[in-house]
Design a protein around this ligand. Structure first.
Ligand code: SF4
Length: 426
């Protein structure tokens, strides 16, 4: 979501006549779009701001702006005002459409400006976007979240759920396809609870059926989906909609039903496994990936073992694993029984080992198969190789000319590692 917001902010700057300068100390405007999901991102933000102090002293005409989720937290704005006077502009997640106006104000008045809205009922359509890739695009279908998982800051920084009108989404995707986009990723904190306006109340699954009919569009992906709202209708969409990629990211967070309850996740370990089974029955080859938090307050050794057990039973293709970190303002901040750091780290290593050994086997099973790969660019580690993604979102490296970037090609898989596949063009 933040990445896509950055694409929109870049689009607005380009419309104003700016261009992206990779050399920071030559830029006229430096804008930091922040994330507050984890503590680490907070720390990096303040570290980067510290580095900009000298820059601003040397070049007072430089505009330093900060925006994104962290700005929706009053204590962050207070800290900025008190300790970082070289920041010129502060705005939040609900008014990014105001950015050109705010910037113009700064340039004309040369006065500091803080504009953070508490909420954003209105969805602003048609903002310019500067996409990283010409052949794939993010498409927001909804904003905000109503779930209030007890560890998560997002409902406080992004507000309540608001779904876009399905007609606006279809129009946007048709335009993207006309511009050469082959793959779209539908974005929302919980896409499964997408609901179009009355009286039709288009569901997320129905939206996918409608998108599947768009000529020229080749792949549909989405993230992220909450297990409690994963409907049979959506599972059926995987069977019926040929463009819907056989991949789902379904965050499990913990394998312990007791911890899931403390997290306010509203499903059980058994319920989660039943969903995995339903998905695999409907789409045997579906790739399932997940998020797992280690060391949530009150997590006992037996709870952690439930997590390891769920990992074994669900056989995830891969997982993002996180050490729990306290987020100020969330209910879990006030929970007792915080887990000592050494215990968290030790559990984390055991979990990563379990997840990776399954990923190795899952990837190995692709060797010998021919996969359709959307070529995304040159490999970061080998400039002579190309890199792309299968429908199941596996990373594939193979030899080929740069002219293939943006194409969907057939690649025979010849080798695999924990995190990627190697292939050769068919
Ligand atoms: S579903 Fe839970 S984890 Fe996801 S954004 Fe909403 S509150 Fe956060």
């Amino acid at each position: 979501m933040n990445e896509h917001d950055s694409e929109m902010l870049a689009g607005m700057l380009i419309n104003l006549g700016y261009w992206e300068n990779p050399v920071r100390n030559q830029a006229d405007v430096i804008l930091i779009n922040t994330c507050s999901v984890r503590e680490n991102a907070d720390k990096r933000f303040f570290g980067t701001l510290g580095q900009l102090k000298k820059e601003k002293r040397n070049r007072p005409e430089l505009v330093v702006g900060v925006c994104g989720c962290m700005m929706q937290q009053q204590h962050v704005v207070d800290t900025l005002k008190a300790k970082y006077p070289w920041v010129d502009l502060v705005f939040g997640t609900h008014n990014i459409h105001e950015f050109p106006l705010l910037l113009e104000n700064i340039l004309n008045e040369r006065k500091k400006l803080v504009s953070v809205w508490d909420d954003g009922e209105e969805i602003v359509e048609g903002l310019p976007v500067h996409r990283k890739h010409p052949f794939k695009a993010y498409v927001n279908i909804m904003y905000g979240c109503n779930n209030f998982c007890t560890y998560c800051i997002v409902p406080y920084t992004r507000g309540r759920e608001r779904s876009r009108n399905p007609e606006e989404i279809l129009k946007e995707v048709q335009k993207l396809v006309a511009d050469g986009v082959k793959e779209i990723t539908l974005l929302g904190q919980n896409v499964n609870s997408y609901k179009g306006p009355k009286p039709d109340r288009v569901t997320f699954a129905l939206l996918i059926y409608a998108l599947n009919k768009i000529d020229g569009l080749e792949r549909i992906r989405f993230m992220t989906s909450h297990p409690k709202d994963l409907s049979d209708e959506l599972i059926q969409a995987y069977v019926d909609c040929t463009k819907l990629c056989p991949h789902i990211h379904l965050p499990m967070q913990s394998g312990s039903t007791a911890i899931l309850k403390r997290m306010n996740r509203k499903y059980t370990k058994e319920g989660y496994l039943a969903l995995v089974e339903k998905l695999r029955n409907a789409v045997p080859d579906i790739a399932i990936t997940t998020d797992i938090i280690v060391g949530f307050p009150g997590e006992k050794e037996e709870d952690f073992e439930e997590t390891l057990d769920l990992v074994q039973k669900a056989q995830f293709d891969s997982a993002f694993t996180f050490l729990y970190s306290i987020r100020k303002g969330t209910p879990a901040e006030k929970y007792g029984e915080q887990i000592p750091e050494d215990v968290k780290h030790q559990r984390f290593s055991r979990l990563v080992e379990a997840v990776n050994s399954i990923s190795v086997e899952k990837n190995q099973a692709h060797v010998g198969r021919v996969e359709e790969v959307l070529v995304e660019g040159q490999s970061k580690t080998n400039r002579n190789a190309l890199t792309g993604r299968t429908g199941g979102h596996k990373l594939v490296n193979f030899k080929g000319g740069k002219d293939l970037i943006g194409q969907i090609v057939k690649v025979r898989i010849i080798d695999s590692t924990t995190f990627s596949l190697t292939g050769s063009l068919e």
